[in-house]
Design a protein around this ligand. Structure first.
Ligand SMILES: Cc1cc2nc3c(=O)[nH]c(=O)nc-3n(C[C@H](O)[C@H](O)[C@H](O)COP(=O)(O)OP(=O)(O)OC[C@H]3O[C@@H](n4cnc5c(N)ncnc54)[C@H](O)[C@@H]3O)c2cc1C
Length: 471
């Protein structure tokens, strides 16, 4: 049995782990062991559907020390005028380079791929090779769990509904291998994966009439126009200003979302349907227009069974049966992607649990936690600087999410070193805003934010958003 002594044992080698370790290497002289059951770093991106792209610009995804992509603004296609967004191949290659050229080359990181973390006992932590069964015991000063906010994706799980023999249910990954035109496509799910799938089918020339979309709950989405960094950072600053303005007056999560819609930050797919969920996904107005061309939207509930001639949905004991044909292809997009989590302290003794400490941005959250870990000693202080945000999948929880995000910004904002690090960190979408104050959007946003921040915090606390989620 192999034995390793190290400072940090990091379980997982997805986006969370990679950003955390990158900051640790830059800010400390710690040694790190990373364990992942997958064969390479990159986490869920290694198994993503081939037409997936980041929902946000590459400019603020990845790790702080290495640029992802070229910070270029696209000149053609649906993303024209906005910063480039990496596809999954590029993301996976990027993480491989970070691991090999930066982490391993530093001589301070060891990576155990294809290894399952099995827990700890008095001897240390245990990881077992999924190829040989050989066990490694790792004695570490701290355990970093980088698996808690991990993504659940369709290609890695079975659908929760019954499927009769002979019915073709596939994850979106398999669409590129169909090899023949089916009777039609039924896309199941209401999240970003389903939207990506519908957009891809439409772009590939599938007639909207041949797409049926089972969408039990509509989501609120960020308009990508507001997610632009660098030379277009005024857009992101405007997002923050409008967010605080909405938070200063909102009476509940629905009202908050509607205020954000009125100011252009949030969008919905169907103007006639009130969205019920919010998980922080981003979309462009062009994609929304394309999705609106699909008229066969079924809202009768969640899929329970797919047969060769009928499809059964139900909600609140109301069952709906839809006719179908044996030649239909069902694209399962029901995995949650970003799964709902409960908030736990990030720092507790010798354990660090990586979670969201910024709204919806996994790498920036993990990097922020890494910086706080590297520069502070006391767990209580570290947790004060890193209040946890949760995405509960229900817009009702949006005020809590907003409150936690703003509390973190306020707590970290009082710390000069963290402020300087944040301003310079490429994972921060607002990085460099202070050098764009001649941009009217930036200047206007800064003035508005200074006015709205206090009233927003007070209003959210009055509405109970300072209380922990009931999950
Ligand atoms: C389609 C899609 C698009 C997205 N786009 C964006 C975006 O644009 N911007 C954004 O910020 N977020 C986006 N997200 C959210 C996404 O979840 C994060 O960006 C990020 O990739 C999640 O990284 P992670 O490391 O937390 O989880 P994962 O990528 O799931 O990695 C967790 C790792 O832990 C390993 N692991 C788990 N348990 C064990 C164990 N017991 N032993 C060993 N290894 C273990 C897994 O093998 C995995 O590699 C997107 C998500 C999806 C699904």
């Amino acid at each position: 049995m192999r034995e390793i002594d190290t400072d940090y044992l990091v379980v997982g080698a997805g986006a969370s782990a990679m950003a955390f370790v990158d900051v640790l290497l830059a800010q400390t002289d710690a040694r790190v062991v990373m364990v992942d059951r997958r064969h390479r770093p990159g986490g869920h991106w290694l198994d993503a559907y081939p037409f997936v792209r980041l929902h946000q610009p590459s400019a603020y995804y990845g790790v702080p020390s290495r640029r992802l992509g070229h910070d270029r603004i696209d000149e053609a296609g649906g993303n024209r005028g906005w910063y480039e967004r990496a596809a999954s191949d590029e993301i996976c290659d990027y993480y491989a380079q970070v691991l090999e050229q930066d982490f391993l080359a530093s001589g301070r990181v060891r990576f155990l791929p294809m290894s399952e973390y099995r827990g700890a006992d008095s001897e240390g932590h245990h990881a077992a090779s999924l190829l040989t069964g050989a066990e490694t015991t790792i004695r570490a000063r701290r355990l970093v769990d980088a698996t808690y906010v991990q993504s659940e994706i369709p290609s890695q799980r079975r659908p929760a509904y019954a499927v009769d023999p002979g019915v073709q249910v596939i994850p979106p990954n398999h669409l590129v291998h169909l090899g023949g035109a089916p009777d039609g496509f039924t896309v199941i799910g209401a999240g970003k994966t389903a939207m990506d799938t519908c957009c891809w089918l439409l772009e590939a020339g599938v007639d909207p009439e041949r797409i049926r979309w089972i969408r039990a709950r509509d989501p609120w989405l960020f308009d990508r126009a507001f997610m632009q960094p660098l030379e277009l950072v005024g857009s992101f600053m405007q997002l923050q200003a409008r967010w605080l303005e909405a938070a200063a007056d909102a009476v509940d999560g629905d009202d908050f979302a509607e205020r954000l819609e009125a100011s252009g930050v949030f969008v919905r797919i169907d103007p006639a349907v009130e969205p019920r969920s919010w998980r922080g996904a981003t979309i462009s107005v062009g994609e929304i227009d394309a999705l609106r061309s699909i008229s066969r939207v079924e809202r009768g509930g969640y899929v329970r069974r797919i047969g060769r001639h009928s499809l059964v949905l139900s909600r609140d004991d109301v069952v709906t049966e839809l006719p179908t044909t044996p030649g239909e292809v069902y694209v399962d997009c029901t995995a949650p992607g970003v799964r709902a989590t409960a908030a736990h302290p990030v720092f507790s003794g010798d354990r660090i649990l990586l979670q969201y400490v910024t709204v919806g941005l996994v790498p920036w959250s993990a990097a922020t936690i890494g910086y706080v870990e590297a520069t502070r000693d006391d767990d209580q202080e570290k947790n004060r600087l890193c209040p946890v945000l949760t995405f509960e999948d229900d817009v009702a929880g949006a005020l809590r999410t907003a409150y936690a995000g703003m509390s973190g910004l306020a707590a970290r904002g009082t710390q000069r070193d963290i402020g300087a690090w944040t301003e310079a960190c490429r994972l921060n979408p607002a990085a460099g805003a202070s050098s764009h104050v001649d941009d009217l959007d930036v200047a206007g946003a800064l003035t508005s934010m200074a006015t709205s921040f206090g009233p927003a915090m007070a209003n959210l606390a009055r509405r109970g958003a300072d209380r922990t989620s009931p999950t």
